[in-house]
Design a protein around this ligand. Sequence first.
Ligand code: ZN
Length: 170
Amino acid sequence: MAAAIWLEWRESNRMHVKAINERSRLTIGRKPGSDIVLADPLIPREQAFIYFDGGNFLVRNLSKNNPILFNQRWTIAHDQIVALQPGDTLTFGYLKINITASQSPSSHRRSQVIFKVRCPACHRILDHELNDCPWCKASLAGAEALIYHAEGKQKVDSEQEDIVDDSASI
Ligand SMILES: [Zn+2]
């Protein structure tokens, strides 16, 4: 299955959809010129960077002052990276972005959260129980935590509304 996810959010009473594929690298923030410009004054000028690396879609928080709420439960701090799966949500200010799949994921598996870390030296994604990177031997103390949501349930939104497809601006 080709790697692609969609970002869906409601702003100004419209549903917005933006497709992300393996080649996408996009910024989210209040700053004009961001790939996704969000008008909420609570959102910093540069909030998030979403990209594909190591087989996963990743989000990095660019803001020193504004954490991102992940799945309405975890906080993504400045420079922390989290892997995104369909079913996840990212909340910036009052605005929630739903991560959805372009193809239906199998729906009968239980949700499972897996924690990994990224080696600060070689950036490989590793088991969080390791003390040292097996590749480059760097210490993993203080390495960035990655949260993998191994299974996600697809968001079903039966509301019929105007859909604004922002994908053309990638
Ligand atoms: Zn390493």
